[in-house]
Design a protein around this ligand. Structure first.
Ligand code: PMP
Length: 399
């Protein structure tokens, strides 16, 4: 017999997080994710959801989901390769490829599943993967699952990417394959990767290029087609365009777009795709409707940018530091973690829901309120939010 407590660490580790104020205190929405919503019973303006275009409560998406439940039931019954591919899944992939201007697309259960399932298949032992230092955690996990050599380049810095590639190749000139991977829009800072220059450097080294455009879709490019469209690139230069339906598309689900060979390779090899159940019909139908809305209602993307410009100008005008943001993600950088937390609490009291992002998610001294604009906010809503930031900022001595 041992007196070891097999699960004692659970409570101990949570207590440590609570003591360090690093635990997640869940905020509960009492209804749909709309710009004016209820959080913990309090009416607020939503300034931190990824529902950029307001599609998660769009009538066309809701109707499509309800109709699919009636026609196809609530579950797909299987994983995609066995009996879980319905006509709806195939239609979504055709529609997405057309929207992206790509030869082919493949839908995963989530964006995380796409990165964690595909990256370790694209590179393995004897290969090299070179990654931006601020890439998303799902990329980091996908890379960790591979047995490839890893190198990191300075954030959004093509010259440092070239250096990292040259250094790695000097040490091991015989890499079988090389993969360069970057976020398209960086979720903590809202800056845009210089994908055109990254792709050019990669091309010089015969490397594959993989972009995670989770925060660029519905935002950048022609009609919100994403970062590949934004830079007028093609899928023979950016070989894997990965994204998610969980943000601007307003639903849930990951996807990759590229060549037909990429898609066939991805679904034959990604363990997350092969071994985990496929989307229920309602989700797939809502995603198809989201693509329809993006194609047919361009006003949402235009509105998102109009509000983004107004909010950014106001924040800078008030004297806040918004970093390198060039997208509807606008960080309001306040410095210390405790200040960011106080600011977020005060904003909530003033009716604005925007969460603090603190170390270790961002560097020490760079704590921030991360705001995300929403096309469905009214002009008055944005005016009220700006006033709340001004009040909280002055009270905390930030401006
Ligand atoms: N990549 C990035 C850059 C993201 O921000 C996210 C979501 N936080 C993901 C991937 C994962 O996407 P999903 O929510 O579809 O799993």
């Amino acid at each position: 017999m041992t007196d070891r407590d097999p699960v004692g660490f659970l409570g101990r580790e949570v207590a440590e997080l609570v003591a360090a104020d690093l635990d997640w205190k869940l905020r509960v929405l009492g209804g749909p994710s709309t710009p004016r919503c209820t959080v913990d019973g309090r009416p607020v303006l939503m300034f931190c959801s990824n529902n950029y275009l307001g599609l998660s409560n769009h009538p066309r998406l809701k109707e499509a989901a309800i109709a699919a439940v009636r026609s196809h039931g609530v579950g797909s019954g299987s994983v995609r390769p066995i009996a879980g591919t319905m006509d709806l899944h195939m239609e979504l992939e055709r529609r997405l490829a057309r929207f992206k201007g790509a030869p082919a697309s493949l839908v995963y259960q989530t964006g995380f599943a796409a990165n964690a399932g595909l990256l370790p298949q694209l590179v393995g032992e004897g290969d090299l993967v070179v990654s931006d230092e601020l890439n998303h955690g799902s990329i980091i996990d996908g890379v960790r699952l591979s047995r490839a050599e890893r190198a990191v380049y300075r954030h959004a810095d093509p010259a440092d990417l070239a250096r990292a590639l040259a250094t790695a190749e000097e040490h091991a000139p015989a890499f079988r394959r090389i993969l360069v991977v970057t976020d398209g829009v960086f979720s903590m800072d809202g800056d845009i990767a210089p994908l055109d220059r990254i792709a050019a450097v990669a091309h010089d080294h015969g490397a594959m290029v993989y972009v995670d455009d989770a925060h660029g879709e519905g935002v950048l490019g022609d009609g919100g087609r994403g970062i590949v469209s934004h830079y007028h690139l093609t899928h023979d230069r950016v070989h894997v365009e990965m994204g998610t339906f969980s943000k601007a598309f307003g639903v849930v689900g990951g996807h990759v777009s590229g060549s037909p060979e990429l898609v066939q390779f991805a679904y034959n090899k990604s363990r997350t795709w092969l071994l985990s159940g496929s989307h229920p019909p309602a989700v797939v139908a809502a995603c198809i409707a989201a693509v329809d809305v993006l194609e047919q209602e361009p006003q949402h993307v235009a509105r998102l940018w109009a509000l983004t410009r107004r909010f950014k100008q106001a924040m800078v005008g008030l004297g806040f530091d918004t970093g390198a943001s060039a997208t509807p993600i606008t960080p309001v950088i306040v410095g210390e973690s405790a200040t960011a937390k106080r600011m977020s609490e005060r904003l909530l009291e003033l009716g604005v829901f925007a969460l603090p992002i603190v170390f270790p998610m961002v560097a020490k001294g760079k704590a921030r309120i991360r705001t995300i604009m929403n096309a469905a906010l009214t002009d008055d809503d944005v005016g009220a939010a700006i006033a709340a930031f001004e009040t909280a900022g002055r009270e905390l001595g930030l401006i």
